[in-house]
Design a protein around this ligand. Structure first.
Ligand code: ATP
Ligand code: MG
Length: 443
């Protein structure tokens, strides 16, 4: 369950409370940050495995960067006049440095690319990452303050072939995962020159409607009018109706890139729709932009599963050489919401139930031997009754329960209960591991 019902503690914004009259403290996770309990983790593993497999098949290698970066990195790369930088960052200072919990993964990857002079070692780098990101947003279904992203970056390839391959990879991965109704929107915002021209055109279009805009959008009209296209405020969305289309003002090189991208997607048969007003929340994009949405499952309004695009100027702006780049990030919580329940194979464990003090040591030894043979084993060393141990074995979904009592120990045998077949047989102690391992108890 990803959504935590708001509790009074949450409304007060406190994560611990003191009950009146006693000193008992009840601690809670920070608002918008969730525990992922062991019974939910199997779905996460399945999704992470699917992502890693897909990325590795496409030649991406994993990079792990710190969760904390210097604040300036995000301000510089994401852009000052963006929601993320203006109001969503967790920033603190330590050792007189301003630090920020990463709100996204691209800035750190790009910083690492420059810092390690990766461009000098290989012409094209394909990296993927997976991990927690932090944004101080209003928590709701599919929107959290700590959330997980998986993403890919390609450095050193100007596209458009790799842009098409990346979009096709995502469409294919979501199809294999079984997420229904996925729509890939694709657009282009051109390079710096095109964008500067479009900014003027858009400002001229919105200026007469300034009165209809939200207060926040009005402050952006001067510095960053493109952001208004991405606003979720209905007033801004209405004002943007009929706005000039950036695809009509692309310069020749941007247009050639855009046309070739669509030609590749068409040749691949990748389903997509053109969205001329696609503007993504971060300022660093150039040319290709894309988003994958789904109306599936419990997504509701937070239905963007994945967003990405090209950011050809970032590496240079971070002090590196002029290396083109493209990447995407997808929100794992949202994908899990879209997926709904998943069929997950469960490895049936084998239980070991010792009766009597001497038998416990033998049971521990047997547990180790079973695991060495690849069998998931649970040894019940609580000293409880046979009935209670069988109940625990059942609860674990065990296929077998091996019962060892002191009497069996003296005779060098065990009782092997087949909990699925409701049968029982006596076996020499030395044979039981091989027997369980060969009858499907092993992975
Ligand atoms: P949105 O428009 O929904 O705020 P965004 O444009 O801010 O998304 P990106 O920065 O492009 O999102 O991040 C890529 C993906 O990460 C999103 O498509 C979404 O799946 C996920 N994501 C972003 N913010 C959150 C969040 N606060 N909680 C959960 N997932 C998120
Ligand atoms: Mg956002």
């Amino acid at each position: 369950v990803l959504d935590r019902p708001p509790s009074p503690e949450h409304k007060r914004g406190a994560n611990s409370t003191r009950s009146p009259g006693n000193s008992f403290m009840s601690y809670r996770a920070v608002k918008g940050m969730n525990d992922i309990l062991p019974d939910e983790v199997a779905r996460w593993h399945a999704l992470e495995r699917a992502f890693r497999e897909t990325a590795e098949l496409h030649g991406y290698a994993e990079i792990r960067t710190p969760v904390v970066e210097g604040t300036e990195l995000f301000v510089r790369s994401i852009g000052e006049a963006t929601d993320v930088v203006e109001k969503e960052m967790y920033t603190f200072s330590r050792h007189s440095e301003s630090l920020t919990l990463r709100p996204e993964g691209t800035a750190g990857a790009a910083r690492a690319y420059v810092e390690h002079k990766t461009h000098a070692k290989e012409p094209v780098s394909r990296w993927y990452y997976l991990g927690p990101m932090f944004r101080a947003e209003r928590p709701q279904r599919g929107r959290y303050r700590q959330f997980y992203q998986a993403g890919c970056e390609i450095f050193g390839d100007p596209g458009p072939a790799c842009d098409a391959e990346m979009i096709d990879m995502l469409v294919g991965m979501f199809r294999r995962l079984g997420i229904p109704d996925v729509v890939a929107s694709v657009g282009s915002i051109g390079g710096a020159a095109t964008r500067e021209r479009y900014r003027e055109t858009l400002r001229a279009f919105l200026q007469p409607k300034a009165g209809e805009l939200s207060e926040h959008a009005r402050t952006r009209l001067e510095q960053n009018p493109l952001r208004i296209l991405d606003s979720k405020d209905p007033k801004d969305q209405a004002a943007c109706q009929g706005a000039p289309n950036i695809l009509e003002v692309l310069d020749d090189a941007d247009r050639a890139h855009w046309d070739a991208l669509r030609a590749h997607l068409d040749a691949l048969g990748t389903p997509y729709v053109v969205d001329p007003l696609l503007v993504r929340g971060l300022d660093y994009y150039t040319r290709t932009l894309f988003e994958l949405k789904s109306s599936a499952g419990e997504l509701g309004a937070q239905n963007t599963l994945c967003g990405g695009g090209r950011y050809d100027d970032m590496i240079r702006e971070l002090g590196g050489p002029a290396v083109p780049a493209i990447g995407f990030a997808m929100g794992l919580e949202r994908i899990l919401l879209a997926l709904g329940p998943m069929e997950l194979p469960k490895r049936p464990p084998c239980s070991v139930a010792p009766l009597g003090a001497r038998a416990v040591s033998k049971a521990l030894e047997l547990g180790r031997a079973l695991r060495d043979a690849g069998v998931t084993a649970d040894v019940d060393g609580r000293g409880n009754s046979l009935k209670s141990m069988l109940r625990r074995a059942d609860g674990l979904g065990a296929r077998y329960c091996i019962v060892i009592g002191d009497a069996e120990l003296d005779r060098g045998v065990v009782q092997l209960k087949d909990l699925a077949g409701h049968s029982q047989e006596e076996l020499p102690l030395g044979d039981v591991v091989a027997r369980v391992a060969h009858s499907g108890g092993a992975a």
